[in-house]
Design a protein around this ligand. Structure first.
Ligand code: HSE
Length: 447
C-alpha cells in the first residue's frame, strides 16, 4: 500500500480589491494578512489588488509590489474581484468608484461617511438594482459596532433616540479644555501639533463630520433616507473656558452631541429632530464620562430602554476591525447561499426609499443656557426677564456670576422652551442698549 499524502491547500474563495492603503487600508490589510486566532473565514479571503495614489511612497506595510496599482478603475471592473473595499476617503473619485464597482456586480465595503451621507440615495438604489451589498460599519464610530446592531440586534425595537459623541477630535479638545481650563484656540493648536487634529480641522470642529455620521445613524434608526441639509449643525469653536467653568458650577460638562430623535409632541409626530451642537450634559448622564478621543452612542428604544456603545471612533486598528467585519458578513452570506449576487438579505440590504421628515430647529423644545455681558445698571435682569417672559420662555435660573472688563456677566438657564421663541427673545434682547454681547448660547440635554 502506498502512503496517503493529504495536501493542505488554502481555499481562496473570495477576492478583495482594496481602494486605498492609508491608515485604514493598512490596518485592514494587516488583519487580512494575519488571520490566526480570528474568525476562520478570514482564511478564505485574499487581497487581489490594492489601489494607491503613488507606487513610490514609503509604506508602513510591505505588500508584494505586484498587488499595487494606481489604476483604481481596473480594480472595480476586475472580473476576479468580488468585494471592493473603499478606504480611500474623500468624495471623488470614491463615489464614482463605488458606483462603478456596483455596476460591475461587486459588493462594496466602505468607511466613507461623507460619501454615504451625501450620495447614499444614489448608491443604495444602484446596489439594490444590481443585487449587491454596500456595508459601512466603519463609517460611524470607528471600531464601535453600531451599524449592524441598529440593523439587526436592535431591529425589533421602536427607536426613540440615538445620541452620540461621534467625533473624537472635538471630544479630545473639549476634554482638554475642561481639564486644563484652557481656551479652544490653544487646545486646538496643540492637538494639531500632536497630530490629534487635522491641519484643516473644519470638518471636525464645525460639526460636519458628526453631521454626516448622525444622518447615517438616523437613517438606520428610523428606516428612511435623510437629506444632509436637514441636519442642523453647530461646531465647538465658540466654546470658551468661561462656559466650561460655568457649566461645571451648574452641574454639567460640555460635549459635542449628535442627536437624532423621534418627535412625540402633539402635531409633530412622524417628524424627527436631527442635530449636532455643543450641549450641556448633566454630569451624571452616561455620555458625560466619555473623554478624550473616545466615542459613545446611546440608543433608546422600546422595549429595550437605553443601550450604550463605547469605544475608539478612529484609528487604523479600530476602523479596520469594522471594515473587516463587514467583509466577513458579506463573505459568510455569499458562502452560505453560494451566490455572488442577489444581495437582498433583509437585514443587510438597505430597503427604505422614502425620505424622513425632519422638523426645523425652531420647533425644537429644549432647555437653554445663555451668557450675557451687560452694563451693571439697575433693572437689567428685569428687562432680560421681560423679553423672555413676553415670548413664553420660562427661566429656571438667572445668576450674575461676576464681571468681565467692567461688564456684568449674567448666566440664564431656561426650562423647556420652543427654540423659535427663545431665539425671538434673544433678538429682542440684542436691541437693549444695556446688553453688550451674548457670547454663548448652548442647549442643555435632558436627564
Ligand atoms: N475625524 C474623525 C474624528 C475620525 O475625529 O472622530 C474619522 O471619522
Amino acid at each position: 500500500m502506498g502512503e496517503v499524502i493529504i495536501l493542505r491547500v488554502k481555499t481562496v474563495t473570495f477576492k478583495l480589491g482594496l481602494l486605498g492603503l492609508g491608515t485604514v487600508g493598512t490596518g485592514t490589510a494587516q488583519i487580512l494578512l494575519d488571520p490566526a486566532q480570528r474568525h476562520p473565514l478570514l482564511q478564505e479571503l485574499e487581497i487581489h489588488r490594492v489601489g494607491v495614489r503613488s507606487l513610490d511612497r514609503p509604506r508602513a506595510l510591505e505588500l508584494s509590489p505586484s498587488l499595487l496599482t494606481t489604476d483604481l478603475e481596473a480594480i472595480v471592473t476586475d472580473p476576479a474581484v468580488e468585494i471592493v473595499v473603499e478606504v480611500m476617503g474623500g468624495l471623488e473619485p470614491a463615489r464614482s468608484l463605488i458606483l462603478q464597482a456596483i455596476a460591475h456586480g461587486k459588493h462594496v465595503v466602505t468607511a466613507n461617511k461623507a460619501v454615504i451621507a451625501r450620495f447614499g440615495d444614489e448608491i443604495f438604489t444602484a446596489a439594490n438594482q444590481a443585487g449587491v451589498y454596500v456595508l459601512l460599519e466603519a463609517a460611524v464610530g470607528g471600531g464601535i459596532p453600531i451599524i449592524q446592531p441598529l440593523k439587526q440586534s436592535l431591529g425589533v425595537n421602536r427607536i426613540q433616540a440615538v445620541t452620540g459623541i461621534v467625533n473624537g477630535t472635538t471630544n479630545y479638545i473639549l476634554t482638554r479644555m475642561q481639564q486644563e481650563g484652557a481656551d479652544f484656540g490653544e487646545v486646538l493648536a496643540e492637538a494639531q501639533r500632536l497630530g490629534y487634529a487635522e491641519a484643516d480641522p473644519t470638518a471636525d470642529v464645525d460639526g460636519l463630520d458628526a453631521a454626516d455620521k448622525i444622518a447615517i445613524l438616523a437613517s438606520l434608526a428610523f428606516g428612511g433616507r435623510i437629506k444632509l441639509q436637514d441636519v442642523y449643525c453647530e461646531g465647538i469653536s465658540r466654546i470658551t473656558a468661561a462656559d466650561i467653568t460655568y457649566a461645571d458650577r451648574l452641574g454639567f460638562v460640555i460635549k459635542l452631541l449628535a442627536v437624532a430623535r423621534r418627535n412625540d409632541a402633539p402635531g409633530t409626530e412622524d417628524t424627527l429632530q436631527i442635530r449636532v451642537h455643543p450641549t450641556l450634559v448633566p454630569k451624571e448622564h452616561p455620555l458625560a464620562s466619555i473623554h478624550d478621543v473616545f466615542n459613545a452612542i446611546l440608543v433608546e428604544g422600546d422595549p429595550i430602554g437605553q443601550v450604550m456603545f463605547f469605544g475608539r471612533g478612529a484609528g487604523a486598528g479600530p476602523t479596520a476591525s469594522a471594515v473587516v467585519s463587514d467583509i466577513l458578513s458579506i463573505t459568510a452570506l455569499l458562502k452560505s447561499t453560494g451566490k455572488t449576487s442577489g444581495g437582498a438579505h433583509p437585514l443587510l440590504a438597505c430597503s427604505h426609499q422614502h425620505y424622513c421628515t425632519v422638523a426645523p430647529i425652531e420647533d425644537l423644545v429644549t432647555r437653554f443656557y445663555a451668557r450675557f455681558l451687560t452694563q451693571d445698571y439697575p433693572g437689567v435682569i428685569g428687562k432680560l426677564g421681560t423679553c423672555f417672559g413676553d415670548r413664553d420662555v420660562s427661566l429656571e435660573s438667572v445668576v450674575q456670576i461676576g464681571f468681565q472688563n467692567d461688564m456684568a456677566e449674567i448666566v440664564v438657564v431656561t426650562h423647556d422652551v420652543r427654540e423659535g421663541n427663545f431665539r425671538s427673545a434673544l433678538d429682542a434682547i440684542r436691541t437693549l442698549p444695556t446688553i453688550k454681547e451674548i457670547p454663548s448660547v448652548l442647549r442643555v440635554l435632558q436627564h
